[in-house]
Design a protein around this ligand. Structure first.
Ligand SMILES: CC(C)(COP(=O)(O)OP(=O)(O)OC[C@H]1O[C@@H](n2cnc3c(N)ncnc32)[C@H](O)[C@@H]1OP(=O)(O)O)[C@@H](O)C(=O)NCCC(=O)NCCS
Length: 302
């Protein structure tokens, strides 16, 4: 299926690519109530609500978390304002029905990627190549290079996709060897990207939780992530996932007219000083199902 037209991304200089689209949305507050609003940047607005800077209503009732409950992309601001006004007029039962339908159509499943998924993964990643400093890459990757990338990753680690029931890609996470010399055999570099309109909705965290669980099962000992700075969302997510920032290399990358630092974040998957067993390179769909079942019902429920 074709990928949606994405709006602006957070964490980048706004308006590099003019986009008139806007969103009408509802968020569910910690007390269960729904708040309706509109925005030209869904991810940024959601973050504002989650951090108590969105609206008095969500600040007062947000304890326990604010989650996106419904979003409709509109062609422009006036259409979004009209839709917001209509949402505000709806009786509670109709708002709840809309939220339930939205949740059903946005329920994500996580599966292992195959090389045939290359084009859809490349489409998502290339959005960041052309709009964001989250990656230092200048030129978009080809579909073919992503087919090869997925095949290469799968020889030693998981390549996970999060999709909605209609097959729309919401995010991906993968890992590849940190270095090819023998002593690095237990170290992997991890990567995670969400579709621009899915940022801040739990997709990246869920993908990473599953990825790290699988890497642990394979016997990897250290997960390392290279994070461009500034990238507050990625830094916050790595911190939330238990990674420690162990270094910052200043002025390492130059993109979109400015210098960027590069941070190294590390998570010890298997602490201790015992000699490690060899890493098991194969990891498949069945093992993924096992991890997903284990995580069901836990705090990190997928
Ligand atoms: C970085 C990224 C993958 C994070 O995924 P996400 O779906 O936005 O993050 P989640 O909503 O799952 O949040 C995961 C955790 O990080 C925390 N978190 C995420 N963004 C945060 C922020 N801006 N401030 C504070 N905490 C934040 C969440 O609270 C959550 O912690 P919890 O599980 O304890 O509640 C996503 O923002 C993204 O794709 N960004 C653009 C691409 C990118 O930068 N990729 C990383 C390259 S290194």
């Amino acid at each position: 299926m074709s990928q949606p037209q994405w709006g602006r991304t957070p964490s980048t200089a706004a308006d590099r690519q003019p986009d008139t689209a806007a969103w009408a949305y509802m968020v569910r507050c910690g007390d269960g109530s729904l708040y309706s609003g509109w925005t030209s940047d869904l991810a940024r607005r959601l973050k504002a609500h989650r951090t108590g800077r969105g609206a008095r209503y969500t600040r007062m009732r947000g304890e326990g978390g604010v989650r996106l409950a419904y979003a409709q992309r509109c062609p422009d601001k006036s259409a979004a304002l009209r839709r917001e006004a209509a949402l505000k007029q709806l009786p509670k039962a109709e708002k709840e029905a809309l939220a339930a339908a939205w949740a059903a159509s946005h329920r994500i499943t996580i599966r292992m990627a195959t090389p045939e998924d290359g084009p859809k993964v490349a489409a998502l990643y290339n959005w960041y190549v052309t709009h964001s400093t989250a990656t230092f890459q200048y030129q978009p990757s080809t579909d073919e290079s992503y087919r090869e990338n997925i095949a290469a990753v799968r020889r030693a680690a998981p390549f996970l996709l999060a999709e909605t029931p209609d097959g729309t890609l919401q995010g991906f996470a993968c890992a590849h060897p940190w270095h090819d010399r023998g002593a690095f055999a237990w170290d992997v570099e991890t990567t995670v990207y969400c579709a621009p309109d899915c940022v801040g909705q739990g997709v990246g965290g869920r993908l990473y939780t599953v990825l790290l669980a699988l890497l642990r099962r394979q016997g990897y000992c250290n997960a390392l992530a290279l994070v461009a700075h500034p990238n507050p969302d990625s830094e916050a997510m790595h911190r939330a996932m238990g990674f420690r920032k162990v270094g910052t290399e200043p002025r390492t990358g130059y993109k979109f007219g400015r210098w960027l630092d590069l941070q190294t974040w590390v998570l010890n998957l298997r602490p201790g000083t015992d000699a490690p067993a060899p890493v098991r390179l194969t990891v498949g769909e069945e093992e993924l199902r096992g991890v997903l079942a284990e995580l069901q019902g836990t705090q990190k429920s997928i």
